[in-house]
Design a protein around this ligand. Structure first.
Ligand code: NAD
Length: 244
């Protein structure tokens, strides 16, 4: 059964590990997918070829408000509407608070949190007109728990949760659902630099005794994007093997 037949979906950070899985899963379920990337044009092109050009990609810095507005305008010109928005793009720039520079603080907050505001603000306009939409924002377990060396990242991810819960209340009457996914330890490039001992230690504390996969995050995103979750809004879906 195709869960997203002919839906128009915008997925940010589609060239990354989790984003790529979301794009592929949405296409498999019949959606027309537009995805964004920032730095990795090679990965974006590879994905377009793999999906036989059934997707379209845009290079954009989502921390910039005007570029985000233009992106939405361009998509609407071509596709008329946007049914699903997945704010997935995100970065880390870890350091202890004593050592974090103002530049690295701004960089992470702007890329992870401002980007969600920048795009969502414009995407809700077509969703309000059609009185339907699903917005899924990618947070992280550390947005709930905090983490040593990640005060910038954890703040951005906690901000995403507060933002999503607020707009779920604002937009419910327009039948626009807004939910968060909070992944735990997922095997991706983002955490490939961590040393083995840290990884082993994490896994020891996970009830399911393993890291998650990008596909497992994509499956949860599919659920929240589809009509299967029609009565779910303002929720945080933990995808962390039971860690919290
Ligand atoms: N990997 C994990 O274990 C994990 C855990 C919890 C949450 N997450 C979250 O999941 C999301 C995806 O993570 P991933 O591991 O696939 O990351 P990734 O590094 O593989 O991909 C990140 C994506 O964000 C895009 N991006 C970076 N800066 C951008 C900018 N300024 N404007 C627009 N796009 C930009 C990149 O081009 C890329 O497509 C992120 O929000 C991340 O915080 C990941």
């Amino acid at each position: 059964m195709k869960l997203l037949n002919k839906k128009i979906a915008l997925v940010t950070g589609g060239s990354g590990d989790i984003g790529r899985s979301i794009v592929k899963t949405f296409v498999k379920h019949g959606a027309n997918v537009i995805f964004t990337f920032f730095s990795s044009k090679k990965e974006a092109n590879k994905l377009e070829v793999e999906l036989k050009n059934s997707v379209e990609s845009y290079k954009i810095d989502l921390s910039d408000f005007n570029s985000s507005e233009n992106l939405v305008k361009n998509i609407l010109k071509k596709y008329k509407t946007i049914d699903i928005l997945v704010n997935n793009a995100g970065i880390i720039k870890d350091n202890f608070l004593l050592k974090i520079s103002k530049e690295d603080w701004d960089y992470v907050i702007k890329t992870n949190l401002y980007s969600v505001f920048n795009l969502t603000k414009h995407v809700i306009i077509p969703m309000m007109k059609q009185k339907k939409g699903s917005i899924i924002n990618m947070s992280s377990i550390v947005g709930l728990t905090g983490n040593i060396g990640q005060s910038n990242y954890a703040s951005s991810k906690a901000g995403i949760i507060g933002f999503t819960k607020s707009i779920a209340k604002e937009l419910g009457k327009k039948n626009i659902r807004c939910n968060v996914i909070a992944p735990g330890y997922i095997i991706t490039k983002m955490n490939s630099n961590l040393n083995c001992d840290i990884k082993k230690n994490w896994i020891k504390n996970i009830p399911l005794q393993r890291a998650g996969t990008p596909q497992e995050v994509a499956n949860c995103t599919l659920f929240l994007a589809s009509d299967l979750s029609n009565y779910v809004t303002g929720s945080v879906l933990n995808v962390n093997g039971g860690l919290i």
